[in-house]
Design a protein around this ligand. Structure first.
Ligand SMILES: [Fe+2]
Length: 387
């Protein structure tokens, strides 16, 4: 076995930490002109103003860029990079969910070496340098604060493009669970399931390693009990803190391995319909797990024990069955809608969804080889799911 694990991000975790942001960014050599990349929803929550004031009181000049779509678009990243250059900014702080953080990552790249997002994804331009970056997640889900990738939608084609390079990891990740206390239930559940999927896919995919499996297992142990607790009591800071830790651990898992077919289908859906990423993952998770178990029972029996669905006495077949049943119930209790209940979803688009999923760079990473026909079956089984 051969593997590599790279991680250059300074990780700071704790409630209230965001008030220490000026000192933390000073420690990593930000200049004095900071571009805050966030989304309009976060702006509305009032989260940004105090952060801006804290930075300004410490002598920083700030500019807020909030052209961030739920599924981040290349044109917004490119426009943001232009603003960064024109305004002479010296560093980026991305504050928000995965959309804001991924947009921030793309801006750090495009602002330094120009071009379009697709130039880097298609290999027309090399990754050479990025602007200084700090990330502050406000949801427990994406893990983007510690990963080397950013998923950006090509507006003209709906193609989901993945920027991926070690230099896209931020210099600093500030995880403050208090920032997640006001996340609405539907976003909490969807992003929480996304974090679990990161752990599952990062653990089982073909590029996993003992290190990513260790992080993945730790993430699953935390997330499975914590997410229902948060859903029951959204202001439970200890449970919110567990979820943020879980999403961080999941990020450290899949960020060094990959995701797989749940994400390929979810990104296809997000690209075509703008379905929120976490929600799209949640509707496919049980179906892809049921598919992946075949031929990989021992691996999934391990997952089943890690998540507490099976015991050591169960055979691999029994444990795998309990895994699928356990996940179906777990997702159902979170109140996740079915695929057919999501806006705009129509079987008439399944051909296109199959092609988008199959073309996804993570399709070859799925532990069980998956064909176009398999993706069609998975879409159908998710669509025909009974309530
Ligand atoms: Fe994800």
């Amino acid at each position: 076995m051969m593997f590599t694990y790279q991680m250059g991000t300074q990780i700071e975790f704790g409630p209230g930490l965001v008030s220490r942001l000026p000192g933390l960014v000073e420690g990593i050599g930000f200049g004095k002109r900071i571009m805050i990349v966030t989304d309009p929803g976060i702006q509305e929550t009032g989260l940004i103003s105090p952060i801006k004031q804290t930075l300004q009181a410490a002598g920083y000049q700030t500019l807020v860029y909030q052209e961030v779509a739920p599924n981040p678009r290349d044109v917004d990243c490119e426009a943001g990079a232009k603003v960064y250059v024109e305004q002479g900014m010296t560093g980026v702080i991305g504050i928000g969910g995965g959309s804001a953080m991924d947009t921030a990552k793309a801006i750090t790249l495009l602002s330094q070496t120009g071009g379009r997002v697709s130039d880097y994804v298609d290999g027309a331009r090399p990754y050479e340098c990025v602007a200084p970056l700090a990330l502050v997640p406000t949801t427990a889900g994406t893990g983007s604060e510690v990963t080397r990738s950013a998923v950006i939608t090509e507006s003209s084609t709906h193609r989901k493009m993945t920027l991926k390079h070690a230099m896209l990891r931020p210099l600093l990740a500030v995880l403050d669970p208090a920032l997640t206390l006001t996340v609405p239930p539907a976003v909490t559940s969807a992003t929480g399931v996304d974090a679990l999927v990161h752990a599952i896919e990062g653990y089982t995919c073909r590029s996993s390693s003992p290190i990513t499996q260790a992080f993945g297992a730790a993430a699953m142990r935390v997330i499975i009990p914590a997410l229902p607790r948060v859903m029951q009591n959204p202001t439970d800071l200890a449970a919110r803190s567990d979820m943020l830790q879980g999403s961080l651990l999941a990020g450290l898992c899949f960020g060094a391995s990959d995701v797989a077919s749940v994400h390929c289908l979810a990104e296809a859906l997000g690209g075509l319909y703008d379905t929120p990423h976490g929600l799209a993952n949640a509707v496919f998770l049980p179906h892809v797990l049921r598919f992946n178990v075949v031929g990989h029972e021992a691996l999934h029996a391990d997952l089943s024990q890690i998540m507490g669905f099976a015991s050591r006495e169960d055979t691999p077949a029994e444990a795998s069955t309990k895994l699928v049943e356990g996940i179906v119930q777990w997702v159902r209790h979170l109140g996740i809608p079915r695929l057919r209940d999501l806006p705009k979803v129509s079987p008439a688009d399944f051909d296109e969804l199959v092609e988008l999923a199959f073309a996804n760079g993570s399709t070859p990473s799925n532990v069980r080889t998956v064909s176009r026909g398999d993706y069609r079956e998975l879409l159908l089984s998710a669509y025909e799911e009974q309530g």
